[in-house]
Design a protein around this ligand. Structure first.
Ligand SMILES: CC(C)(COP(=O)(O)OP(=O)(O)OC[C@H]1O[C@@H](n2cnc3c(N)ncnc32)[C@H](O)[C@@H]1OP(=O)(O)O)[C@@H](O)C(=O)NCCC(=O)NCCS
Length: 185
Protein backbone atom coordinates (compact mmCIF):
# COMPACT_ATOMS: atom_id res chain seq x y z
CA UNK A 1 0.00 0.00 0.00
CA UNK A 2 2.10 2.92 -1.26
CA UNK A 3 -0.57 5.59 -1.65
CA UNK A 4 -3.15 6.89 0.80
CA UNK A 5 -5.85 9.54 0.55
CA UNK A 6 -3.69 12.32 1.97
CA UNK A 7 -6.71 14.66 2.09
CA UNK A 8 -7.86 12.72 5.16
CA UNK A 9 -4.55 13.22 6.98
CA UNK A 10 -4.62 14.45 10.55
CA UNK A 11 -1.71 15.63 12.68
CA UNK A 12 -1.74 14.93 16.40
CA UNK A 13 0.54 14.67 19.41
CA UNK A 14 2.41 11.34 19.63
CA UNK A 15 1.35 8.82 22.26
CA UNK A 16 3.50 6.22 24.05
CA UNK A 17 1.60 3.52 22.09
CA UNK A 18 3.06 4.96 18.84
CA UNK A 19 6.53 3.80 19.81
CA UNK A 20 6.79 0.83 17.41
CA UNK A 21 5.65 2.87 14.39
CA UNK A 22 7.93 5.79 15.29
CA UNK A 23 10.93 3.49 15.60
CA UNK A 24 10.17 1.73 12.32
CA UNK A 25 9.72 5.00 10.42
CA UNK A 26 12.74 6.58 12.12
CA UNK A 27 15.03 3.79 10.96
CA UNK A 28 13.65 3.18 7.48
CA UNK A 29 13.41 6.89 6.61
CA UNK A 30 16.81 7.70 8.08
CA UNK A 31 18.42 4.93 6.05
CA UNK A 32 16.53 5.79 2.87
CA UNK A 33 17.27 9.52 3.15
CA UNK A 34 20.86 9.24 4.21
CA UNK A 35 21.98 6.17 2.27
CA UNK A 36 24.03 8.21 -0.24
CA UNK A 37 25.69 10.17 2.56
CA UNK A 38 26.62 7.29 4.88
CA UNK A 39 28.91 4.29 4.64
CA UNK A 40 27.08 0.93 4.89
CA UNK A 41 28.94 0.32 8.18
CA UNK A 42 27.60 3.59 9.62
CA UNK A 43 24.04 2.89 8.48
CA UNK A 44 24.23 -0.56 10.09
CA UNK A 45 25.04 1.01 13.48
CA UNK A 46 21.41 2.04 13.83
CA UNK A 47 19.47 -0.78 15.37
CA UNK A 48 15.80 -1.22 16.17
CA UNK A 49 16.48 -2.14 19.79
CA UNK A 50 18.59 0.93 20.56
CA UNK A 51 16.12 3.26 18.87
CA UNK A 52 13.13 1.66 20.63
CA UNK A 53 14.69 2.16 24.08
CA UNK A 54 15.43 5.82 23.38
CA UNK A 55 11.98 6.49 21.96
CA UNK A 56 10.17 4.74 24.80
CA UNK A 57 12.05 6.79 27.36
CA UNK A 58 11.40 10.02 25.45
CA UNK A 59 7.66 9.42 25.00
CA UNK A 60 7.16 8.32 28.61
CA UNK A 61 9.00 11.29 30.10
CA UNK A 62 9.00 14.11 27.56
CA UNK A 63 11.51 16.91 28.34
CA UNK A 64 9.75 20.23 29.01
CA UNK A 65 8.84 22.22 25.90
CA UNK A 66 9.33 19.34 23.45
CA UNK A 67 6.65 18.12 21.06
CA UNK A 68 6.35 15.08 18.83
CA UNK A 69 3.73 15.46 16.11
CA UNK A 70 2.47 12.45 14.20
CA UNK A 71 0.78 12.47 10.77
CA UNK A 72 -1.86 9.79 10.39
CA UNK A 73 -4.15 8.73 7.54
CA UNK A 74 -6.88 6.37 8.70
CA UNK A 75 -5.07 4.44 11.40
CA UNK A 76 -1.74 4.43 9.60
CA UNK A 77 1.08 6.57 11.00
CA UNK A 78 2.79 8.21 8.01
CA UNK A 79 5.56 10.12 9.76
CA UNK A 80 6.50 12.32 12.68
CA UNK A 81 8.35 15.51 13.62
CA UNK A 82 10.03 16.31 16.92
CA UNK A 83 10.80 19.85 18.09
CA UNK A 84 11.65 21.83 21.20
CA UNK A 85 14.31 23.97 22.87
CA UNK A 86 17.65 24.19 21.09
CA UNK A 87 20.31 21.74 22.24
CA UNK A 88 23.33 23.66 20.88
CA UNK A 89 25.15 25.80 23.41
CA UNK A 90 26.42 28.44 20.97
CA UNK A 91 22.92 29.86 20.34
CA UNK A 92 20.66 31.53 22.88
CA UNK A 93 17.37 30.14 24.09
CA UNK A 94 15.27 32.25 21.71
CA UNK A 95 16.01 29.60 19.08
CA UNK A 96 14.07 26.36 18.97
CA UNK A 97 15.14 23.20 17.14
CA UNK A 98 13.46 20.85 14.71
CA UNK A 99 14.98 17.65 16.10
CA UNK A 100 13.57 15.22 13.58
CA UNK A 101 11.32 14.94 10.53
CA UNK A 102 10.73 11.47 9.15
CA UNK A 103 8.13 10.14 6.74
CA UNK A 104 7.60 6.47 5.86
CA UNK A 105 9.60 6.09 2.61
CA UNK A 106 6.63 4.26 1.01
CA UNK A 107 4.67 7.50 1.38
CA UNK A 108 7.15 10.15 0.31
CA UNK A 109 5.97 12.89 -2.05
CA UNK A 110 2.35 13.01 -0.79
CA UNK A 111 2.64 16.12 1.37
CA UNK A 112 3.10 14.39 4.76
CA UNK A 113 6.54 15.96 5.22
CA UNK A 114 5.16 19.44 4.54
CA UNK A 115 2.25 18.94 6.95
CA UNK A 116 4.58 17.72 9.70
CA UNK A 117 7.11 20.47 9.04
CA UNK A 118 4.44 23.16 9.29
CA UNK A 119 2.87 21.62 12.40
CA UNK A 120 6.24 21.38 14.18
CA UNK A 121 7.15 24.97 13.32
CA UNK A 122 3.74 26.10 14.49
CA UNK A 123 4.39 24.40 17.84
CA UNK A 124 7.78 26.13 18.11
CA UNK A 125 6.25 29.52 17.30
CA UNK A 126 3.49 28.86 19.82
CA UNK A 127 6.20 28.15 22.37
CA UNK A 128 7.56 31.65 21.70
CA UNK A 129 10.69 30.73 19.73
CA UNK A 130 11.76 33.45 17.30
CA UNK A 131 13.88 31.21 15.09
CA UNK A 132 14.66 27.54 14.59
CA UNK A 133 17.59 25.38 13.61
CA UNK A 134 18.02 21.80 12.46
CA UNK A 135 20.87 19.48 11.51
CA UNK A 136 20.95 17.66 8.20
CA UNK A 137 23.61 15.51 6.57
CA UNK A 138 25.41 17.37 3.81
CA UNK A 139 24.78 14.51 1.36
CA UNK A 140 21.04 14.20 2.09
CA UNK A 141 20.03 16.04 -1.07
CA UNK A 142 16.33 15.31 -0.89
CA UNK A 143 15.98 16.75 2.61
CA UNK A 144 18.21 19.72 1.79
CA UNK A 145 16.03 20.59 -1.21
CA UNK A 146 12.90 20.15 0.91
CA UNK A 147 14.25 22.54 3.57
CA UNK A 148 15.61 25.09 1.07
CA UNK A 149 12.13 25.38 -0.46
CA UNK A 150 10.80 26.17 3.03
CA UNK A 151 13.15 29.01 3.86
CA UNK A 152 15.95 27.16 5.66
CA UNK A 153 19.54 28.33 5.02
CA UNK A 154 22.89 27.01 6.30
CA UNK A 155 24.09 29.17 9.20
CA UNK A 156 27.72 28.09 8.84
CA UNK A 157 27.87 25.53 11.67
CA UNK A 158 29.05 22.01 10.75
CA UNK A 159 29.87 18.87 12.71
CA UNK A 160 30.79 15.28 11.96
CA UNK A 161 27.99 12.71 12.30
CA UNK A 162 28.42 8.97 11.77
CA UNK A 163 31.46 9.46 9.55
CA UNK A 164 29.76 12.12 7.40
CA UNK A 165 29.41 15.90 7.60
CA UNK A 166 26.32 17.49 9.10
CA UNK A 167 25.18 21.08 8.41
CA UNK A 168 23.08 23.31 10.61
CA UNK A 169 20.23 25.15 8.89
CA UNK A 170 18.29 28.05 10.38
CA UNK A 171 15.17 30.08 9.67
CA UNK A 172 13.05 32.75 11.28
CA UNK A 173 9.66 31.86 12.80
CA UNK A 174 6.57 33.95 13.21
CA UNK A 175 6.56 34.53 16.96
CA UNK A 176 3.14 34.03 18.53
CA UNK A 177 4.07 34.73 22.17
CA UNK A 178 7.60 35.96 22.99
CA UNK A 179 9.40 33.63 25.41
CA UNK A 180 9.27 34.91 28.95
CA UNK A 181 6.17 37.08 28.37
CA UNK A 182 3.39 36.58 30.91
CA UNK A 183 0.59 34.40 29.55
CA UNK A 184 -2.67 36.30 29.21
CA UNK A 185 -1.01 39.67 29.83
C1 LIG B 1 12.51 14.91 3.83
C2 LIG B 1 11.18 14.17 4.03
C3 LIG B 1 10.72 14.36 5.49
C4 LIG B 1 10.13 14.74 3.09
O1 LIG B 1 8.90 14.06 3.31
P1 LIG B 1 7.77 13.94 2.18
O2 LIG B 1 6.55 13.41 2.83
O3 LIG B 1 8.29 13.22 0.99
O4 LIG B 1 7.59 15.48 1.86
P2 LIG B 1 6.45 16.13 0.96
O5 LIG B 1 5.68 15.09 0.21
O6 LIG B 1 5.67 17.06 1.81
O7 LIG B 1 7.32 17.00 -0.03
C5 LIG B 1 8.30 16.38 -0.82
C6 LIG B 1 8.24 16.95 -2.21
O8 LIG B 1 7.07 16.46 -2.84
C7 LIG B 1 6.30 17.54 -3.31
N1 LIG B 1 4.90 17.17 -3.13
C8 LIG B 1 4.21 17.19 -1.97
N2 LIG B 1 2.95 16.77 -2.17
C9 LIG B 1 2.87 16.47 -3.47
C10 LIG B 1 1.84 15.97 -4.30
N3 LIG B 1 0.62 15.71 -3.82
N4 LIG B 1 2.13 15.75 -5.59
C11 LIG B 1 3.35 16.01 -6.09
N5 LIG B 1 4.37 16.49 -5.37
C12 LIG B 1 4.11 16.71 -4.08
C13 LIG B 1 6.70 18.72 -2.45
O9 LIG B 1 6.51 19.95 -3.14
C14 LIG B 1 8.15 18.45 -2.20
O10 LIG B 1 8.97 18.93 -3.22
P3 LIG B 1 10.37 19.64 -2.82
O11 LIG B 1 11.10 18.75 -1.87
O12 LIG B 1 11.06 19.79 -4.13
O13 LIG B 1 9.99 20.94 -2.18
C15 LIG B 1 11.31 12.65 3.70
O14 LIG B 1 11.90 12.52 2.44
C16 LIG B 1 12.10 11.86 4.71
O15 LIG B 1 11.57 11.31 5.67
N6 LIG B 1 13.44 11.74 4.50
C17 LIG B 1 14.30 10.92 5.32
C18 LIG B 1 14.54 11.54 6.66
C19 LIG B 1 15.18 12.87 6.51
O16 LIG B 1 16.08 13.04 5.72
N7 LIG B 1 14.71 13.80 7.34
C20 LIG B 1 15.19 15.16 7.29
C21 LIG B 1 16.52 15.32 7.90
S1 LIG B 1 16.43 15.26 9.66
Amino acid sequence: MGSLDASTRITREARPTDVDELVRINLTAFRAGNAPALSPEAAAQLTLDAARGQWREFLDDRPEGTTVTVAEVGRRVCGFAGAGPIRDEDLDASAGELYSLYVDPELWGQGHGMALHDAALHELARGGFASATLWVLEGNNRARRFYRARGWEPDGAERPFMGANSLRLARVLKVEAPRGSAKGA
